[in-house]
Ligand binder design. Structure first.
Ligand code: BEZ
Length: 220
């Protein structure tokens, strides 16, 4: 399939703030163009090293079990590994049979590694044939907002994935920033003043303040 990088390893990996690279691929829900699937939604696009492997099975099940959480936050899921569509379908069916959990989001079959390379999911120091455990948070403007990479032998943390999504969406909504270990319900950081007028306003405000540049407010 024709993709933006013609199957070559890109010299620059996608970074936070970059447009999410578009691609067309076979998935467990049929042939999809990423931009069509993503339009109007946040997308969490994640890779796993291989089908029928234990850590990956726990992670994919974790995503599937949080279906309602992601739907409520206008967020679609998309998985990927360097496996065939037949392997994906057999694995999805096996996990459904054994555990009752259905991976009902699309999983990209990326045997030629073109999409994995486009997203920097193939990191040869870790493996030349399997994708690392990457998580891309992509906003409704197709901008990459947060990237996580985990190695082959350490599974991701679903609570942190959920926290990061809520933090990004809350930061956008309230135009604020989130401090260390921020959790929903806690105060957020108000951006520092950029003019002397803003500084004077800040000094009169009822924000919780360490100093004028470190102020927190309730999110209401
Ligand atoms: C796993 O998912 O269990 C796994 C996959 C590749 C390498 C090591 C572990």
């Amino acid at each position: 399939m024709e993709n933006a990088n013609n199957g070559k390893i890109p010299t620059v990996m996608p970074r936070i703030g970059d447009p999410a690279p578009d691609f067309e691929a076979m998935t467990t829900l049929g042939k999809l163009r990423f931009s069509d699937y993503a339009r109007g939604h946040w997308v969490i696009f994640f890779s796993h090293p291989a089908d029928f492997t234990p850590v990956c099975t726990t992670e994919m099940s974790g995503f599937a079990l949080e279906k309602k959480f992601f739907e409520e936050r206008n967020t679609k899921l998309m998985g990927l590994s360097i496996d065939s569509i037949h392997s994906h379908v057999a694995w999805v069916q096996n996990v459904r049979e054994k555990t009752g959990v259905l991976f009902d989001f699309p999983i990209v079959a990326d045997l030629d590694m073109s999409v994995a390379k486009l997203y920097g999911m193939l990191q040869p120091g870790e493996s030349e044939t399997a994708a690392v455990r990457a998580v891309f948070f992509i906003d409704p403007n197709f901008t990459i907002r947060l990237i996580m990479y985990y190695p082959l032998n350490v599974g991701r943390n679903m609570e942190e994935i959920k926290r990061a999504l809520i933090a990004l969406q809350t930061a956008d909504q309230y135009k604020c920033a989130m401090p260390l270990n921020w959790k929903p319900g806690e105060k957020a950081i108000v951006p520092p003043p950029k003019t002397l007028d803003e500084l004077n306003e800040r000094l009169k405000s009822d924000y919780e303040m360490v100093d004028f540049y470190l102020a927190k407010c309730e999110l209401k």
